[in-house]
Design a protein around this ligand. Structure first.
Ligand code: PHB
Length: 366
């Protein structure tokens, strides 16, 4: 059935063939030294049917890692790996942004250079957050996040540089742009939450201060590759990774939305963690965000074709991102448009492993 969801969309100066996006999803299949592999290129190439692919989170530095086998975007060999991914997607007629990521306090010493403590807004650990790292016997395991150390001014300056460099690396690899991961309890979300960020410098306290790091990073990235190739993802009211319910949430997200609007970024991507089995975004918040941010909005989190059409018809979303349905259905747009049945996702192969449960999901009628 014809609907704008299946029609082209101009994302700033980048034409997308439809409004169905592939959402970022950690798959933990990077190779040695966190280099993207040929198998990853095949996986993303198969999903070039999306108007835009947003990759799994790519750590911007060794310190930004929170999980084993996530593909980095800081070392030259990683950039070469991403070139293969970009080529596969472009050869199949798709578009692709890299999600650039720092997990902040949601990390483990065994993933950090020299076994150091992870870096976060403060020295307070996430009370009940888990990382995929090494246990005390050196075996890969889910382990509680390690107590972090508070970033000092030099650390904050380094993080700004790392994100700008990661954006340059993404473009050098031929990727079309980047999405800054400001969602889901990772570094920027930690800074923005008034109950997590108790800093008493320019990066903590007021709404402006708590949003400062993310906005400085946006400015650095946009300065490097252009605002039109810079997206931002948030998860307002999100509780994932042991984030507390923040009484300042609405004021914070509306301030952020206004500041991002002024900067003319490519899009604002809003993840609803209802699809993680967590509380949904409060009723009425999306229209308020929409009033402040007039650029393209992506909604994500448990959408099907009906809800996606409704979100676009209601003027709440310009684009809709699909996670689990996309990993299991490389031809998702055609399936949604034609009402074809969907492949069932195999959860046991979400994280780690090889081609099983990764590149072996067939296109319809398969
Ligand atoms: C995950 O690995 O489960 C994960 C990673 C990044 C997110 C959300 C979930 O933003």
């Amino acid at each position: 059935m014809s609907h704008p969801l299946f029609e082209s969309f101009l994302l700033k100066n980048l034409p997308l063939k439809n409004r169905i996006l592939m959402a970022p999803m950690t798959r933990c299949r990077a190779g040695a030294n966190d280099v993207p592999t040929a198998l990853m290129a095949e996986y993303y190439g198969q999903r070039a049917t999306a108007g835009l692919i947003i990759t799994e989170g790519a750590p911007v530095s060794p310190r930004g890692r929170g999980y084993l086998w996530t593909p980095g975007i800081y070392a030259p060999e990683q950039v070469s790996g991403w070139k293969g991914v970009a080529e596969a997607v472009h050869a199949a007629g798709g578009r692709i942004f890299a999600q650039i990521w720092h997990t902040g306090r949601v990390s483990h010493q065994s993933l950090q250079p020299d076994g150091m403590a992870p870096e976060g807004p403060t020295g307070t650990a996430a009370p009940d957050a888990y990382c995929f790292a090494f246990d005390e016997n050196g075996n890969p395991a889910n382990v509680p996040a390690s107590p972090p150390r508070a970033l000092d001014p030099a650390g904050i300056a380094r993080i700004r540089d790392e994100f700008a460099q990661a954006a340059c690396n993404a473009r050098e690899a031929g990727l079309d742009g980047v999405e800054i991961h400001g969602a889901n309890g990772y570094l920027f979300d930690q800074f923005m939450n008034s109950l997590v960020n108790s800093r008493n410098d320019a990066y903590g306290g007021s709404v402006e201060n708590r949003c400062r790091l993310l906005l400085e990073v946006v400015d650095g990235v946009a300065g490097a590759i252009g605002a039109g190739r810079t997206g931002v993802r948030i998860s307002p009211s999100g509780r994932f990774n042991a984030m507390p319910e923040d009484p300042e949430m609405e004021a914070t997200v509306l301030y952020l939305a206004g500041e991002l609007d002024r900067r003319g970024i490519a899009y604002l991507h809003i993840n609803d963690q209802a699809s993680f089995g967590l509380p949904a975004i409060p009723e009425g918040l999306i229209p308020k965000i929409r009033d402040r941010f007039r650029g393209p909005i992506i909604l994500c989190g448990g959408y099907d074709a009906t809800r996606a059409r409704q979100a676009i018809d209601a003027g709440l979303a310009d684009l809709v991102a699909f996670g689990v349905p996309y990993l299991a259905n490389p031809d998702l747009p055609a399936r949604l448009e034609n009402g074809w049945p969907l492949n069932e996702a195999r959860r046991e192969s979400f994280y780690g492993g090889g081609e099983q449960g990764y590149t072996d999901y067939p296109a319809f009628p398969g």
